[in-house]
Design a protein around this ligand. Structure first.
Ligand SMILES: [Zn+2]
Ligand SMILES: [Zn+2]
Length: 232
């Protein structure tokens, strides 16, 4: 056992107790309890679907600005609690486990997109100040180490302190987000970018970012997210 693990034993992102067994920052038993997305998923956004379905209801109803995206886990009670602690209780080290899980599940898919760069969904400056970190950026940094794709976290910024998304309807979310992002440079040389986030729900955030990025000439915009909602 390393001294650091003895002094600060790793806390499991699932059960929130000291990790029991294994050496990977997560209890092996807890890792098996995670709600992985199986082999039936939406061809556009990656949400779980029934076996004979090609697209989820959301993607049948609306056209997305991004090209394609995938997630590793379903956003349910278990994963939402884990992400809450990651985001608000300073459990930054969870990013290591999350990054490894994304690589395990989606590494080869991500590589096939040939992204020039990864862009974490930015948080507004005031939130960054309060919380001290951007959870999406921590996941992107971990993925970057593993997949050797650079991270660029200053190309897109969040403009205004937009209203709290979860309190809005889907339509209101979209309007709220239309002006939410800005690309900081016009001389962008990237052809393909990969947006990284912790949670994908309606896709409004990724769409708003994709619209901005395509507006400065980026051709392909993909996303990867740790968790994804089940759809409506
Ligand atoms: Zn555990
Ligand atoms: Zn979909």
């Amino acid at each position: 056992m390393k001294l650091i693990d003895y002094l600060f034993p790793p806390i499991c992102p699932v059960c929130n107790e000291i990790v029991s067994g294994g050496k990977d920052g997560i209890c092996p038993a807890c890792e098996m309890r995670l709600p992985y997305i199986g082999s039936s998923y939406c061809m556009k956004c990656g949400k779980p679907v029934e076996e004979d379905e090609e697209f989820c209801l959301d993607c049948l109803k609306c056209t997305h600005e991004y090209d394609e995206g995938r997630a590793a886990l379903v956003y349910d009670e278990l994963t939402s609690k884990s992400i809450y602690r990651f985001k608000y209780n300073n459990k930054r080290e969870f990013a290591k486990v999350y990054g490894r899980i994304i690589e395990d599940r989606l590494g080869s898919k991500i590589k096939s997109w040939n992204a020039d760069v990864m862009i974490p969904v930015p948080v507004h400056k005031s939130k960054m100040k309060k919380r001290g970190y951007n959870q999406a950026e921590l996941i992107a940094d971990e993925l970057s180490k593993r997949l050797k794709i650079p991270v660029c976290s200053d190309l897109v910024v969040r403009n205004t302190a937009t209203a709290v998304q979860k309190e809005l309807s889907a339509k209101a979310r979209q309007n709220n987000l239309k002006k939410a992002f800005n690309v900081t440079r016009n001389d962008v040389k990237y052809k393909t970018v990969l947006i990284v986030d912790d949670i994908y729900t309606t896709g409004a955030t990724v769409d708003a970012m994709a619209r901005c990025l395509k507006g400065v000439g980026i051709q392909n915009v993909y996303f990867v997210s740790l968790c994804i909602g089940r759809g409506t």
